[in-house]
Design a protein around this ligand. Sequence first.
Ligand SMILES: Nc1ncnc2c1ncn2[C@@H]1O[C@H](COP(=O)(O)O)[C@@H](OP(=O)(O)O)[C@H]1O
Ligand SMILES: [Mg+2]
Length: 253
Amino acid sequence: MTIRDDHALAGDLATEAGERLLALRAEHGFADQRALKDAGDLMAHRFLTEALQRLRPSDSVLSEEATREERMDPRRLSADRVWIVDPLDGTREFSEEGRSDWAVHVALWEKGSLTAGAVALPAQGRTLTAAVPPVLARPGERFRIAVSRTRPPEFVRKLAFLAGADLVPIGSAGAKISAVLTGEVEAYVHAGGQYEWDSAAPVAVALAAGAHASRIDGSPLVYNQADPSLPDILVCLPDLAPTLLAGIRDLHR
Ligand SMILES: Nc1ncnc2c1ncn2[C@@H]1O[C@H](COP(=O)(O)O)[C@@H](OP(=O)(O)O)[C@H]1O
Ligand SMILES: [Mg+2]
C-alpha cells in the first residue's frame, strides 16, 4: 500500500482487515468460539496497528486490543492526529456461524473532531465511509430502534413503547449504526457502557451522512479522552432526534 489520503486509507484498512477476518473465520471454523474470537481480535489489531505504524508513523493509535499501558500513553492526549480503531466490533457475533453483524472500525480524530472514518461489514460485503457516506432514508410512520442483542438498556423498551417503535436486536455498535445509515432501522440507542473505539468510526460516517449522533442527553460525543469510556449513544435519522431525546429525558426523570 502506498501513501494515500486519510479517507482512502481508512476505507482500505478496514476493508482489508475485514477480508482477513473472513478468511480466518473460514479457516478456523466455529467449534471453538473463544479461540476464534481471540484469534480475530489479535490478527485484526496487529494488521491495523502495523499498517498505521508503517504508513502514518507520526500519528497515535488508540485500539481496543492495545495493552492498558499503550492505551494510557500520554502522547496520545497531546497528539494532533489519533487513529481510533476497533479491530473487531461484535466479536461475539463474529464467532457465531452465519451472523453478519460484526465490523471493523477505523477512524481518524484530528484536533478535536473525527475527520475520516470507515466501517467494514465484511460478511455483508460492504464498507461504509465518511468520504462517500450513505444517503439517508426518510422515516416512515412506525420506526425501528436497534439495540444490543445481549445488553439492551432497560429504558429502551419503554422508549420504544412510548414512541411507537419496534426494537431490533443487532450485534456490534458498528453494524447497528450502519443499519441506521442504510435504512434497516431508524435509530440506535445504547447506555450502560461502551468505549470510544466502539463508536468513533461509525459516528464519523453517520455525521458525514447527516444523521444525528450524540450522547443520550444530547451532548456531543467527545473522543480522544484520557478515559476512553463513552457509555451511551443515540444515532438516528435527524428528524427523529428531538422526539427520542425528549423521550429519553422523560424516562430518566
Ligand atoms: N455495557 C457495556 N460495557 C462495555 N462495553 C459494551 C457494553 N455494551 C456494549 N459494549 C461494547 O459495544 C460493542 C457492541 O456491543 P453490542 O453488540 O452488545 O451492542 C461491543 O464491542 P466489541 O465486540 O468490540 O467488544 C461491546 O463490547
Ligand atoms: Mg467494539
